[in-house]
Design a protein. Structure first.
Lengths: 260, 410, 413
């Protein structure tokens, strides 16, 4: 199964290279910012991805750990399911484009998140429902510029300033991304229209996961949190890319079915 | 001597005296009744706010009132209960827990406020059980049952027996979820609460929101509004014993709903202007009586002065006269006023067309004035001061009389 | 002839007359001033409510009122528009709107609001949108991404003119829809709640956001008589509502403001009866003095009346004489009172700034500026109450005077 799939992966990567690299090379060996981002996003997600992540929501007086299994396919299909602790096991979230549904096994119900709740926190973390449902907007709603280059060991790290297109439905004034030349996302900072940082996502502990160098730890901090100790940490336990996933996995029916 | 003369004098013209007494009495009756009515309305407004939401006193984690985070709990409600059992003037208390969650029916999903309540104790403290419009209130046997605000029920398109899904974040960060059955629909009259509030049994709330034994509010009622501060002081003294991770605070109703106090102050201010105008009218109405009492008797005073009565004595007599008049009026007015107020207090005053509007402020359709020492005496005292002030002018004028001229006067 | 005698009688004791006249004047004055102030407050409350998007009449789908979502739309607004143009009186104004709930968000905040899609050409003059702009400019019809929001919202979102606001709502297919807008204008309203609640975008922008082609959720109609003094001409309103209901297809509901805001109607009715009650109370306080004064005037003339009686004058004549004195007193008092009262009301014609008790007036849904005014009816009511009831209570001393017998009169000293 894996083998038969690998071919298509190679084809895809080849295609991506074909599309991305030539213009990147044409600018005096400097990659175009949007290609860097597109590549980083695809790098993070592959064609499909299956991962197990430990999420730690930390507050000064309190902490909670959850283990989540996530499947993604393409840019706008994803489904998350809690596998631990036991109490929350089986809770799921399905995200299709901009819409989100949540499923709870105890009551066996699917509830669609109404627009009014999209800015609320996702499962008590520093991520909002919007952060999840609009994760791809950087690819379509922004224009990008490389503003600086840093060096991190043997890699070049591109600092990219992404400004939303004039009429794009995004709330940020600007995002600043740090992307390593091999496609690893190092930092994503969200700024308001006064260019004050609001939230910062940083990645650390880059190691070989899922067959490529990948940051194991992702930390989201809100700048207006009650304390500097408040953060949400995602730690990858496992990650595999480009496993074939059927479209039927990303449906309300699949959301209702027990965790795999 | 002057007293007797004064008393006789005022009955020399009984008709005039009676009319003047009536004017004074009228002002007294009106003031007593209106002040009692205002007091009654305020009591009802406070009562409504206190009984639907806040209670007279609450013991909560410090800061919970400003930022209702689910983790700011009262961890040991039984310990607080022990304090309340011993605290003076506390007549009852109950526990509540609140959470914000998605409320979802078959057709709609809204964010809403879930309150876990103790079905038996709640009715000691709250009027919500009495505002059930359809179905019934929660009972001790209920588990995943809910009563829903009428506006919320309308928005969610649900009725009695329908399912309501709750999905939110529990205290420990886990996912709180439950399917509830709608047992009743309440209409507290406070639109904000009726639009977003549902109530479920506290035990079920603690289960789905992983609260353990903890609650968010210990809500207490006192025997009257006036004893609240004393009870609060007694409770505050003992709170530090129970402050665990979150420091506890004891707040009274006026601290919990500051807007209410402001609107009462404004209404009272408006009322005072009306009373002022009324008093001025009464003063002018009776001024004639007092003036005439002097001028039509100019001759008489002249004679009295000629036979040796000094102006001071005359003034004294006149003051006694007006004093008698005023006292008669006030006693009559206070009597009628109190009786009228008591009667209205007993039967209540229907508000008719304005009912819907008043209900918004939590005022029921029947308003009962509330007679108290303050409302019964404030009016008469004011009337007394104003009439005596009015009477002072003619009484002083007497000084200027000269016996010879006076005796000549017609 | 009597009048001449009565006139002289009135001035027999100028001090006494002066005092009772003062009472009457103060009575009439306070009634008028209070009445004017109440009228001003009522008109302010009402026009505020009507201006806050209610208008005089609304045409909408019958289900929309209970469930204001885009599904309960008017499918064929063009047809309705034609009908409105032909049916409404010439000086009436109307405009289509799309009004649905949604969420506004920026990097700092997200809050529930009401999205109002308006026709930028027609909306001014219909609601407060037209004349409450504090900063920036109004929307233009082709402005697909412009938004006009309230000052309080701007503050709670820590934003300003030219900044972005993302609106999110559920579209016609029940899917989450969002669209970015730039703040073009900032309005101020009398009430903070209004500033936080409503955001204005163009009809076309709203249609694009909601994924509909031509639909609107309703039409808002304002009849011409919408002056600040008299926000509603009831007869006009009734006539128009009836005419519209007859012609409209059964799939649409015509709602007058009284149906849209039943609570306000009850509140105004209560205010009205409260005013009448106030007139009566003030009158009663005044009546005691009036009766007493007349009684004194009559009793000190016992001998005179007795003599007249002995000379063959009929009791009715005496009663008429005394009443004529009353009328003179009341008329003088009223004339001066009216002058003073109307003068006071006119003096405050530029309005009384109520912002010193902003929170309180907001509580009653009233504007910050109250312009007291009096209608002819109010002035008539005050004068009628004082004159008619005044005559009524004066009957007592008059009859008393009529009953005086010559014997009785002579017996008195």
């Amino acid at each position: 199964m894996k083998k038969h799939y690998r071919r298509s992966v190679i084809m895809c990567i080849g295609l991506i290279c074909l599309i991305c690299l030539p213009p990147a090379l044409s600018h005096a060996g400097e990659p175009a910012a949007e290609n860097l981002i597109a590549r980083a996003w695809d790098y993070m997600r592959g064609n499909t991805s299956v991962s197990v992540v430990h999420m730690t929501v930390h507050r000064t007086d309190w902490e909670r750990k959850t283990t989540i299994k996530a499947w993604t396919k393409g840019r706008d299909h994803s489904i998350f399911r809690i596998i631990a602790p036991k109490k929350d096991k089986g809770n799921g979230t399905l995200k299709l484009k901009r819409d989100m549904w949540t499923y709870n096994p105890k009551i066996n119900r699917v509830v669609k998140i109404p627009p009014s709740m999209m800015s609320q926190s996702w499962m008590g973390s520093d991520f909002s429902n919007n952060d999840l449902s609009k994760a791809d907007t950087i690819l379509v709603d922004y224009t990008h510029d490389i503003v600086a280059k840093e060096t991190d060991r043997e890699f070049t790290v591109y600092v990219i300033k992404s400004v939303p297109r004039p009429d794009a439905p995004v709330i940020w004034g600007m995002q600043q991304l740090k992307i390593r030349s091999d496609g690893v996302l190092m930092e994503q900072a969200f700024y308001d229209e006064d260019m004050e940082p609001v939230k910062i996502l940083t990645t650390t502990d880059i190691r070989d996961i899922g067959g490529r160098p990948f940051p194991r730890q992702w930390t989201m901090r809100s700048m207006d949190a009650e304390s500097e100790q408040d953060y949400t940490l995602l730690e990858y336990e496992s990650l595999t890319f480009d496993t074939p996933l059927r479209d039927s996995l990303f449906t309300l029916n699949a959301l209702r079915k027990p965790a795999r | 001597m002057e007293i007797l003369m004064a008393w006789r004098n005022i009955w020399r013209n009984p008709r005039r005296t009676i009319l003047t007494v009536f004017a004074i009495a009228f002002a007294c009756v009106l003031l007593i009744f209106m002040l009692s009515l205002q007091a009654g309305t305020y009591e009802v407004m406070i009562d409504a706010a206190v009984k639907t939401r806040t209670g007279h006193l609450q013991v909560i984690a410090e800061g919970y009132n400003e930022n209702r985070k689910i983790r700011k709990v009262v961890a040991d409600p039984d310990g607080i209960a022990a304090i309340l059992d011993q605290a003076p003037h506390v007549t009852g208390y109950t526990f509540r827990a609140n959470g914000f969650a998605l409320l979802s029916s078959e057709h709609r999903t809204y964010g809403g406020m879930i309150t876990g309540i103790d079905p038996i104790r709640e009715s000691l403290v709250s009027t919500v059980p009495a505002t059930i419009r359809q179905g019934r209130f929660l009972g001790p046997g209920d588990e995943n049952a809910a009563i829903v605000g009428n506006l919320l029920a309308k928005n969610l398109k649900i009725g009695i027996g329908d399912e309501l899904v709750v999905l939110g974040s529990a205290r420990d960060g886990s996912i709180a979820a439950s399917v509830l059955r709608v047992k009743g629909i309440f209409s507290s009259g406070m639109d904000e609460y009726d639009r977003a509030g549902i109530q479920i049994p506290l035990s079920h709330f603690q289960e789905i929101f992983a609260m353990g034994q903890a609650v968010h509010e210990v809500v207490a009622m006192c025997d009257s509004l006036w004893t609240v501060s004393r009870a609060k002081a007694a409770i505050r003294e003992r709170l530090p014993e129970f402050s665990g991770k979150h420091r506890l605070a004891c707040l009274s109703w006026d601290e919990l709903t500051p807007g209410l106090v402001q609107s009462i102050q404004m209404d009272l201010g408006g009322g005072l202007i009306f009373y002022g105008i009324l008093l001025v009218m009464v003063a002018f109405s009776i001024m004639n009586t007092f003036l005439m009492a002097v001028f039509e008797r100019t001759q008489e005073f002249g004679t009295l002065m000629a036979i040796g009565a000094n102006p001071g004595r005359l003034t004294k007599m006149l003051v006694y006269e007006s004093g008698f008049l005023t006292l008669c009026g006030i006693i009559l007015g206070a009597g009628i006023g109190c009786l009228l107020t008591l009667w209205a207090q007993h039967t209540g005053i229907p508000m008719g067309e304005a009912e819907g509007m008043l209900r918004q402020y939590g005022i029921p359709s029947l308003i009962r004035p509330s007679l108290s020492l303050v409302t019964a005496t404030a009016g008469p005292v004011l009337v007394f001061l104003v009439t005596m002030l009015t009477a002072a002018y003619p009484a002083v004028r007497v000084h200027r009389l000269k016996p010879v001229d006076a005796m000549r006067a017609v | 002839m009597h009048l001449h005698i009565s006139w002289r009688n009135v001035w027999r004791n100028p001090k006494r007359t002066g005092i009772i006249l003062t009472a009457i004047i103060i009575g009439a004055w306070t009634m008028l001033v209070f009445g004017g102030l109440s009228r001003g407050m009522m008109a302010s409350t009402l026009s505020n409510a009507l201006n806050t998007l209610t208008g005089h009449i609304q045409v909408q789908s019958p289900a929309y009122r209970d469930d204001p979502v885009i599904e309960n739309q008017i499918d064929n607004p063009a047809e309705l528009g034609k009908l409105l143009d032909t049916t409404l009186p010439g000086d009436a104004r109307w405009a289509f709107r799309i009004q649905v709930g949604g969420v506004a968000s920026n990097a700092r905040n997200a809050e529930g609001i009401t999205i109002v899609g308006i026709d930028p050409d027609r909306e001014p003059g219909l609601s407060f949108y037209g004349d409450s702009l504090a900063q920036g400019r109004h929307l233009t019809p082709d402005d697909g991404h412009g938004i006009v929001v309230g000052q309080a919202l701007v503050e709670s979102f820590e934003t300003r003119l030219g900044r972005k606001l993302v609106l999110m709502t559920q579209d016609a297919d029940r899917e989450t829809a969002s669209r970015a807008f730039k703040i073009r204008g900032i309005f101020r309203a009398d009430m903070e709640a209004t500033e936080k609640q409503y955001v204005f975008i163009t009809l076309d922008a709203a249609r694009k956001l909601l994924g509909v082609e031509t639909a609107v959720t309703g039409a808002c109609i304002k009849l011409s008589r919408g002056s600040s003094r008299n926000p509603v001409d009831l007869a006009d309103l009734d006539r128009t509502v009836r005419a519209l209901s007859e012609k409209l297809s059964p799939g649409l509901a015509v709602l007058s403001w009284e149906q849209l805001l039943p609570l306000l109607k009850g509140y105004l009715a209560m205010f009205d009866s409260f005013m009448l009650l106030w007139y009566l109370v003030v009158f009663l306080a005044m009546a005691f003095g009036l009766v007493n004064t007349m009684l004194m005037a009559v009793l000190e003339r016992t001998r005179e009346f007795g003599l007249l009686k002995a000379l063959g004058m009929k009791p009715v004549w005496i009663i008429r004489n005394v009443l004529a004195e009353c009328v003179i007193l009341l008329a003088i008092g009223l004339a001066a009172g009216n002058l003073l009262g109307i003068g006071t009301v006119l003096a405050f014609g530029s309005g009384i700034d109520m912002s010193f008790m902003a929170q309180g007036s907001e509580f009653f849904g009233m504007g910050h500026l109250v312009v007291p005014f009096l209608t002819a009816r109010d002035i008539l009511a005050v004068n009628a109450v004082i004159m008619l009831l005044g005559l009524l209570v004066c009957l007592y001393p008059a009859v008393k005077a009529g009953r005086i017998t010559p014997v009785e009169a002579m017996a008195r000293t």
